[in-house]
Ligand binder design. Structure first.
Ligand code: SIN
Ligand code: FE
Length: 296
């Protein structure tokens, strides 16, 4: 049986530029890379008073799952906000993006030169009201893998902050270790048809080539989510992240599911496995060990 200490490590830090002492820093990177969630119960994102108007599902465009911001060019998508509202919302998300980056850089300075900051999201819709297919249902345990965005083995590092104004926590399930999950499915992974990666890219379905690694990760994502018995019986703990809390993890390795909550900010980073302290902890190297071949 999993216990909370197996999957979550708590830090009392309340500062986005926190530099832990050497011993703490070493422990944190080990925990992160080996598949724990690092949890900062007192690390809050401060909204400015006028930004409280964005604490409403109304700032979603009603079509996209999330409001999505690109820190590389400042563009914002998935919102119904216009003109000044749209600029102000982008400014709020951009401030979060900068703080999330500062946090990762100060906790893991070795990552900094290799860190790619990807999209930032704001999730103003309640989790339980999102209507989606089983594959898109993030209330089922999964590791992150994106059909349209292959990453050739790069890690997916995500920072989350609950900004709910009504005391509502973000409730997650956190699952068993990746090394225990993978052997349950890896023999059932469908082959990747020759030429399919080329075709998907050509048709614009994927941004870049879907490597065999990406194919396996997607299959693990889908097969795990579609397996009702697994979802019911898998070893997991339920954890409530309160408002004012921040947590981060490698979401391509930590099995997770969002059960409830509303108003979340999230920043995604990509990191090449070579930038890790121990790349054997990466899904890429774990899968390569199983398949006995290069996968990306
Ligand atoms: C997910 O990454 O699967 C969902 C996380 C959340 O929205 O709480
Ligand atoms: Fe996810």
């Amino acid at each position: 049986m999993l216990s909370q200490d197996d999957v979550i490590e708590i830090s009392e830090d309340s500062n986005w530029s926190y530099r832990p002492d050497r011993q703490t820093a070493a422990r944190m990177i080990r925990s992160l890379e080996s598949g724990k969630v690092l949890y900062f119960p007192h690390l809050a994102f401060a909204l400015k008073e006028p930004e409280r108007r964005f604490l409403s599902p109304g700032c979603s465009d009603g079509k996209a799952k999330n409001v999505s911001y690109d820190p590389r060019n400042g563009s914002i998508q998935g919102t119904s906000c216009k003109d000044q509202d749209s600029n102000d919302l982008a400014a709020m998300i951009s401030r979060f993006a900068a703080q999330a980056r500062a946090l990762i850089e100060s906790l893991f300075p070795h990552y900094t030169p290799h860190l790619e900051q990807a999209r930032t999201s704001y999730r103003p819709m309640p989790v339980q009201r999102r209507f989606r297919s089983v594959r898109k249902d993030d209330s089922r345990l999964h590791v992150d893998a994106f059909a349209s965005r292959p990453n050739q083995g790069k890690r997916i590092l995500r920072v989350f902050t609950n900004v709910n104004p009504d005391g509502q926590p973000r409730v997650w399930n956190i699952g068993e270790p990746f090394e225990i999950f993978v052997p349950k499915y890896y023999r059932r992974i469908a082959p990747q048809w020759p030429g399919s990666a080329w075709l998907l890219e050509r048709l614009g379905i994927t941004k870049g080539k879907r490597s065999f690694y990406d194919h396996i990760m997607l299959q693990l994502h889908d097969r795990g989510k579609m397996d009702d018995a697994y979802q019911q019986n898998a070893d997991k703990i339920t954890f409530a992240f309160p408002p004012g809390a921040t947590w981060l993890m490698f979401s391509d390795r930590v099995l997770h599911a969002a059960l409830s909550g509303q108003y979340l900010l999230e920043q995604t980073f990509n990191l090449p496995v070579s930038a890790m302290q121990d790349e054997r902890c990466s899904p890429l190297r774990i899968l390569e060990e199983l398949y006995q071949r290069e996968l990306a």
